[in-house]
Write a protein that binds this ligand. Structure first.
Ligand SMILES: Nc1ncnc2c1ncn2[C@@H]1O[C@H](COP(=O)(O)OP(=O)(O)OP(=O)(O)O)[C@@H](O)[C@H]1O
Length: 323
């Protein structure tokens, strides 16, 4: 398949760090051009390592990676021209103006002359940065600086743009504006690879999601496909007091159609199938075990349920991921 349709092709990717840390353990996936791919996973799952390999900043231990048709290990130089990268840490020079930051970035890619000037002007306007064109970037607030970062990632017109947690720390309005930009990029054929801790953002933006856990790709599909794979309904129960996990598990784990039991404080969640028939059975079992219930809700699976199913062991390690 040509890179016109396949922007990323990763086969059996492995990276082992000293100390036998299998940061990436046999990961394979493809991303179609002009789509948004969201990479999710708890801390330490291997997201950054994969992004570093795909952007030529780290060499894989094994496997192959092609970005826009270019083998990133054999041809890192040409690969770099195909990709833009917006790291978590801002790459903006606070002393340089918005225009100087963009121009310098373009020069690093060998651009110059009228083409670069036009490109810089277009980006300043498109990202609402005209006001900062001739002012030092330190005058930008956090949201503006992030926009400038993203604009810098686009200055050489890459085929694939990598965004590592692009909206962390942004207010909701600025976050939504950046989402609109990301949709716009995909609409003009740029492939976007996004790593995020915000499940809502991943669901909203990504055409396809990959969920990583301990270096392995444990699930991949469109948000709708991933939710469909979850049978039954999500049950959420608010309890009068924290019940003790062992007590809840011994009451529920023998019931047919109940799985994925998670107890957190005075909250209990589980997957039940079939939903409406099993909910009364769960209530009765909790009551018999002396666990008092305040309320119970039943809902179709959400992306949070998908995530906790595949990578739930560390959900409490990334509380900001919950909506
Ligand atoms: N340079 C390194 N040397 C040794 N181990 C490393 C190195 N970089 C990452 N690791 C380990 O590799 C594993 C994957 O780390 P990675 O940073 O890729 O995960 P992540 O999913 O990006 O996590 P986070 O969301 O916290 O950034 C972790 O166990 C991490 O401790």
């Amino acid at each position: 398949m040509s890179f016109d349709s396949l922007a990323i092709d990763v086969k059996d990717l492995t990276k082992i760090y000293p100390g036998a840390v299998r940061a990436v353990d046999g990961v394979s996936f493809t991303v179609q051009s002009g789509t948004v791919f969201g990479l999710l996973g708890p801390n330490g799952a291997g997201k950054s390592t994969i992004i570093k390999i795909l952007t030529t900043l780290s060499r894989p231990g094994g496997g192959s990676v092609r970005v826009a048709g270019v083998d990133v290990v054999a041809e890192p130089g040409p690969a770099r021209r195909m990709i833009g990268c917006v790291a978590q840490q801002s790459g903006v020079d606070p002393i340089a103006t918005g225009r100087e930051n963009l121009t310098l970035q373009g020069r690093l890619y060998g651009l110059g002359g009228r083409r670069l000037r036009t490109q810089v002007d277009d980006l300043l306007e498109r990202f609402g940065l005209s006001e900062y064109a001739d002012r030092p970037a330190r005058a930008c607030n956090g949201g503006m600086r992030r926009r400038l970062d993203v604009a810098m990632g686009l200055v050489h017109e890459p085929h694939v743009l990598f965004l590592d947690e692009p909206t962390t720390g942004l207010d909701p309005e600025t976050r939504k504006e950046l989402w609109a930009e990301i949709f716009g990029m995909a609409a003009v054929g740029i492939t976007v690879v996004l790593s995020t801790h915000y499940l809502e953002e991943a669901e909203e933006l990504a055409d396809t999601l990959g969920i990583l856990d301990r270096g392995k790709l444990v699930a991949m599909g469109t948000p709708a496909e991933l939710k469909r794979e979850m049978h039954g309904d999500a049950l959420r129960v608010e309890l009068v007091e924290p019940p003790g996990e062992a007590r809840v598990r011994s009451a529920l784990s023998c019931l047919e159609g109940v799985c994925d039991i998670v107890v957190a404080g005075s909250g209990l969640s589980a997957r039940i199938d079939p939903g409406t028939a099993t909910a009364p059975v769960v209530l009765a079992a909790l009551e018999s075990a002396g666990v008092r219930v305040v309320s119970l809700t039943l809902s179709p699976p959400t992306i949070d349920d998908v995530y906790s199913r595949h990578a739930g062991r560390l959900l409490c390690g990334m509380p900001e991921a919950r909506r």
